[in-house]
Design a protein around this ligand. Sequence first.
Ligand SMILES: C=CC1=C(C)c2cc3[nH]c(cc4nc(cc5[nH]c(cc1n2)c(C)c5CCC(=O)O)C(CCC(=O)O)=C4C)c(C)c3C=C
Ligand SMILES: [Fe+2]
Ligand SMILES: [Fe+2]
Length: 387
Amino acid sequence: MGRVGVLLLNLGGPDELDDVRHFLFNLFSDPEIIRIPVPAFQKPLAWLISTLREKKSKANYQVIGGGSPLRRITEAQAQALKDKLQEKGQDAEMYIGMRYWHPYTEEAIASIKRDRITKLVILPLYPQFSISTSGSSFRLLEKLWQEDPALQQIEYTVIPSWYQQPDYLHAMAQMTAKELDQFSNPDEVQIFFSAHGVPVSYVEEAGDPYQKEIEECTKLIIKNLNRPNPYTLAYQSRVGPVEWLKPYTEDAIPELGAKGVKDLLVVPISFVSEHIETLQEIDVEYRELAEESGIHNFHRVPALDTNPLFIEGLANLVVDALDAPSVKLAQVSQLKKKVKMYPQERWEWGMTTAAEVWNGRLAMIGFLALIIELISGQGPLHFVGLL
Ligand SMILES: C=CC1=C(C)c2cc3[nH]c(cc4nc(cc5[nH]c(cc1n2)c(C)c5CCC(=O)O)C(CCC(=O)O)=C4C)c(C)c3C=C
Ligand SMILES: [Fe+2]
Ligand SMILES: [Fe+2]
């Protein structure tokens, strides 16, 4: 079969507080994360937002020990997956490609070339597909492939999303059941799936299948769990002024409290590792909110991290992908029907002299706003909720 590699894709997170601003700059430079209709405006705005969000974001990372645990956990997952594959008789080298921090996707690709991998499985560590997560990483890979004839020699296949994988669903159901059984009346507990949100326009205008996949995934977990508990799905971690998928977790918790719910079990659904949104947002912010709302028994299901059943599921995905006909990066947008992975592209026709003039004017207005905001600590970005 040649030399087999598995490329695990993930978002990445700052290793220490000094990395936060640069990490945020990388994140907001991505048009898949924040859509600036004028491409020339992307980097200045990324600089502006990262500069102004740094303080708030750093304070959150401080709460979880001064950095993201994502790199450490992803490395442990990679090692566990390698061992599991070996047990199944499949030797494979593991590579981690983060989108916005080290080890960057470009670094992983350089190692894959150096190791002369001939067959590669591309596996995002996001169970559900979103334009803003897996889609963004696939887009970057597509660009790297187009630019590099050496990469074009590698036989590769992509796993676009895998939320229906049976071992993953079993692992989620098992972890949920274990937490339910810690309550004094397990069957009465309200199960609360909290998914990472995305702006509504991603789903309604760009055709992101994320919401549909999240909804299907929660139903499959509930089916696997096979318990009588009531359950809710809400969306967390909203950033910026636009409308995101609803209900928002911060509204849904007080509503359940008002209905008399006392026992709540939060199940983080869109990410398989502990990270800032589980450790800080759920465990600290939402716990406080629940307490204020009269929900006194607030528990959370831990992230899967290196759960053996989950790792078994990942290994099965890799083995199956090696056997199946390959899926190409360019095919993913078709597979995910209607997904427009390049939302800003339709603006390219506008790169005229007039548009350039407007870009310049908009940039000047932006920088002026920044200076005012930096001096005064108040400004339009505070107003619209980006900071
Ligand atoms: C499936 C998971 C995620 C989706 C969907 C997603 C969309 C999304 N995120 C932002 C803005 C930010 N995300 C940040 C960090 C971050 N986001 C995810 C996951 C998803 N994001 C992870 C795993 C992390 C890293 C966490 C860590 O432990 O380091 C941040 C930085 C942190 C902060 O300041 O809050 C921002 C900002 C948008 C705008 C978006 C959809 C468009
Ligand atoms: Fe957040
Ligand atoms: Fe995010």
